[in-house]
Design a protein around this ligand. Structure first.
Ligand code: HC0
Ligand code: SF4
Length: 579
C-alpha cells in the first residue's frame, strides 16, 4: 500500500493506483474528459490526452494528469489549486477554440460532456483562436459522424478496437486536423463497422450520434391513411426512466405503454412477444441439431449461435464468413415482429401492407441498419419501417409535453403484446440462452423444469460457460457479450477446442441493456447492473415464464404458422447470411 494526502486528507491506497482512483476512493471528484473506465469489465481509456484532470503535486514542477499518474509514498496532491484550475480552463479553452460553437442546435446538446465541462469550469470567453478544421459529415444507415466535433478523446477508438475488436476507428492527421476516423476517411458504410453503436455510447460530444428518425415517425403518426403500430424491445423498459430523472433500474413498462398510446400509436405491442416466437424457432432448431448429433450425424453444425443481435450478425459476416452456417437462421425478434405484423396482423385487421407502418423502440442503433436490410423487405416495403432508440423515444415524449413520471400504468395491446418472462430476459447478457434452455429442456425431456431460474447463466463476466443437465444429457452453454469476447469464443470454436452445444452472443457489454441507443451511462457500470436486475425482476413478476406457454404464440401457430420450422415459418421467420 501507499500513503498519501489529497486535499489535506490522508489516505492509504493500493500500490499502482492512479491519483484519480485514489481521489475517488475518498469522494474527491477530479474532472475528466477523455478518461473513461468501465469498472469490472477491464475497459479503461486513459490516453492522458485532454489534460483536464491535471492536479498539483507538491515538489513537482509540472502538473500531473491524475488519470495516468500513479500514486507514490508521501505524495501531497492538491486537486483544485488555482494553478490546477487555471490549467484546466486553458485546456478546455484550447479544445473549444477548435470546436464548432453550435451548441444551440447540436444533436448532443444537453448530454454533451464538453458543454458540461465548459459550464463546470465557468468558461465565459475563449482566449485562443484555433483553426477550425472542416470534414464532411458521414451518414450511414445507423450512425452519423460529425467529425468537426471530434475532440480526440479516443474513447470511441477504445470501444471499437479494444472492446469490440472491429478496428474501424483510429486517429488520423496532425495538429488542428487530427480526428478519429475510419482509414482513408472512408464512410462507415463502406467499412466493416457493425453499427454496434458502442462508439456512440461513449462519445462525449456530438461527433458520433444515431441517425434521428423521430420526424419520420411523427409524420407517419399524423397521416390519417396510415395505421401505425409500435413494438418495444425488452431492454427499453429497464432504462427509459433514467431520461426522466428516475433511478437506474426503475422498471417503467406500464408508463412506457401509456406514453406510446398518448403519442398516438394505433397499437402498442411488445418485441418480447416476438422474442418468445424466436425461442420457438431457435429452440426447435437447436433440438433438431442435437437430435441429429445424437444420431451420429457428423455434418451437423454445433454449437448453434444465437442470431438476434444485428451488429453480431454483421460482425461474423465480415470477420468469420467461413462460420456462416453455424448461427441459427432465426431472424431477430424485431424482424419476426415486423414480418408477422405485416402478414398475420395486417390480414386480421384488413389493412394493406403499404398502409401499415411498423415502428420499433430499441436500445440499439444497429436495429436501424437491420430493418433496412434488403432481405427484410417485400417489394421494397420493409417489415419494420423505423427503429428509434430509447433516447429518441425520450425526446419524442418530451416533444409531446407528456409528463412521464405521472403517467399511469397501462397494458400492451393484444395479440402481439403478450409475452413471458423468457421474452423479457432477452434484454440482458445470458437471457436469450436462458430463455432457450427453459423451452428446449421441456420439449426435449418432456418433463417440467425443476427450477426456472438458471443463475449459472447470469452475470456480467465477458465470457461465461455452464453445463445444464437435460435429464442425463449434459448441454454445454457458452455466453459472450462484447464483440472482442465473441471473437475469442469463435477462435476457440475454429481451433476445435470447444465442446459447446449452444452459444449466445450479444455485441454490447451487458447485452441490450448496455446498447448504443440507451440513455448515456457515462461509464458507470452500476447503471448496467441495475438495469439487469430490473430485467430479472420483470421476469420474476410474470405469471408465465416460458415461451412455449405463451397463449398467443400457441394461437399464432394454430391459426397461421402451423408448427415451428414449418415452410411458412421458414419463409417469414428465418433468413440467410452473406459474405
Ligand atoms: Fe435486444 Fe432483441 S433482446 S436484440 O438485445 O434477440 O436491441 O432489448 O429487442 O430483436 O427481443 C435489442 C433488447 C431486442 C431483438 C429482442 C433479441
Ligand atoms: Fe466500431 Fe461499433 Fe462504432 Fe462501428 S459502431 S465504429 S463497430 S464501435
Amino acid at each position: 500500500t501507499v500513503q498519501l494526502t489529497i486535499d489535506n486528507k490522508p489516505l492509504v491506497v493500493k500500490k499502482g493506483a492512479t491519483i484519480l482512483e485514489a481521489a475517488k476512493s475518498i469522494g474527491v471528484h477530479i474532472p475528466t474528459l477523455c478518461h473513461m473506465k468501465l469498472d469490472d469489465m477491464n475497459i479503461e481509456n486513459k490516453p492522458g490526452g485532454c489534460r483536464v484532470c491535471v492536479v498539483e503535486v507538491e515538489g513537482r514542477r509540472n502538473l500531473a494528469p491524475a488519470c495516468c499518474t500513479e500514486v507514490a509514498e508521501g505524495m501531497v496532491v492538491h486537486s483544485h489549486s488555482i494553478r490546477a484550475i487555471n490549467a484546466r480552463r486553458t485546456v478546455v479553452e484550447l479544445i473549444l477554440s477548435d470546436h464548432p460553437a453550435d451548441c444551440l442546435i447540436c444533436a448532443k446538446s444537453g448530454n454533451c460532456e464538453l458543454q458540461d465541462m465548459a459550464h463546470h469550469l465557468g468558461i465565459r470567453e475563449i482566449h485562443y483562436k484555433g483553426e477550425q478544421s472542416t470534414y464532411r459529415e458521414d451518414t450511414s444507415p445507423a450512425i452519423i459522424r460529425d467529425v468537426d466535433k471530434c475532440i480526440m478523446c479516443r474513447r470511441c477508438e477504445m470501444m471499437c478496437n479494444e472492446v469490440q475488436t472491429v478496428g474501424v476507428l483510429s486517429a488520423i492527421n496532425r495538429g488542428f486536423n487530427s480526428v478519429v476516423s475510419p482509414a482513408f476517411e472512408m464512410n462507415l458504410d463502406h467499412s466493416v463497422c457493425t453499427y454496434c453503436g458502442q462508439c456512440v455510447a461513449v462519445c462525449p460530444t456530438g461527433a458520433l450520434t444515431e441517425v434521428n428518425q423521430t420526424n419520420n415517425v411523427v409524420r407517419a403518426l399524423s397521416d390519417p391513411a396510415k395505421t401505425v403500430i409500435v413494438q418495444t424491445a425488452p431492454a427499453v423498459r429497464a432504462a427509459l426512466g433514467e431520461e426522466f430523472g428516475m433511478e437506474p433500474g426503475t422498471l417503467v413498462t406500464g408508463k412506457l405503454v401509456s406514453a406510446l398510446r398518448s403519442l398516438g400509436f394505433d397499437k402498442v405491442f411488445d418485441t418480447d412477444f416476438a422474442a418468445d416466437l424466436t425461442i420457438m424457432e431457435e429452440g426447435t432448431e437447436l433440438l433438431n441439431r442435437l437430435t441429429k448429433f445424437l444420431e451420429g450425424d457428423k455434418d451437423v453444425q454445433l454449437p448453434i449461435l444465437t442470431s438476434c443481435c444485428p451488429a453480431w450478425v454483421k460482425f461474423f459476416e465480415h470477420q468469420f464468413p467461413q462460420l456462416k452456417d453455424i448461427p441459427s437462421t432465426a431472424r431477430s425478434p424485431q424482424q419476426m415482429f415486423g414480418s408477422i405484423a405485416k402478414t398475420y396482423f395486417a390480414e386480421k385487421m384488413g389493412i394493406k401492407r403499404e398502409d401499415l407502418v411498423v415502428v420499433s423502440i430499441m436500445p440499439c442503433v444497429a436495429k436501424k441498419y437491420e430493418c433496412g436490410r434488403d432481405e427484410f423487405k417485400v417489394d421494397g416495403n420493409p417489415d419494420v419501417d423505423y427503429a428509434l432508440t430509447t433516447r429518441e423515444l425520450a425526446s419524442l415524449i418530451k416533444l409531446a409535453n407528456i409528463n412521464f413520471s405521472r403517467l399511469s400504468n397501462e397494458d400492451f395491446d393484444q395479440p402481439l403484446g403478450e409475452s413471458t418472462g423468457a421474452g423479457v430476459i432477452f434484454g440482458t447478457t445470458g437471457g436469450v440462452i436462458e430463455a432457450a434452455v427453459r423451452t428446449a429442456y421441456e420439449l426435449y425431456t418432456k418433463k417440467p423444469l425443476p427450477k426456472i431460474d438458471f443463475n449459472e447463466l447470469r452475470g456480467m463476466e465477458g465470457i461465461r460457460q455452464a453445463t445444464i443437465d437435460f435429464d442425463g444429457f449434459p448441454i454445454n452453454i457458452g455466453i459472450a457479450h462484447g464483440l472482442g469476447n465473441a471473437r475469442e469464443l469463435l477462435k476457440r470454436i475454429e481451433e476445435g477446442e470447444s465442446n459447446f452445444h449452444a452459444i449466445e452472443i450479444m455485441s454490447c457489454p451487458g447485452g441490450c441493456i448496455g446498447g448504443g441507443g440507451q440513455p448515456y451511462h457515462h461509464g458507470n457500470v452500476d447503471i448496467l447492473k441495475k438495469r439487469q436486475m430490473a430485467i430479472y425482476q420483470e421476469d420474476g413478476n410474470k405469471k408465465i415464464r416460458k415461451s412455449h406457454e405463451n397463449p398467443y404464440i400457441i394461437q399464432l401457430y394454430e391459426e397461421f404458422l402451423g408448427k415451428p420450422m414449418s415452410e411458412k415459418a421458414h419463409q417469414l421467420l428465418h433468413t440467410e447470411y452473406f459474405d
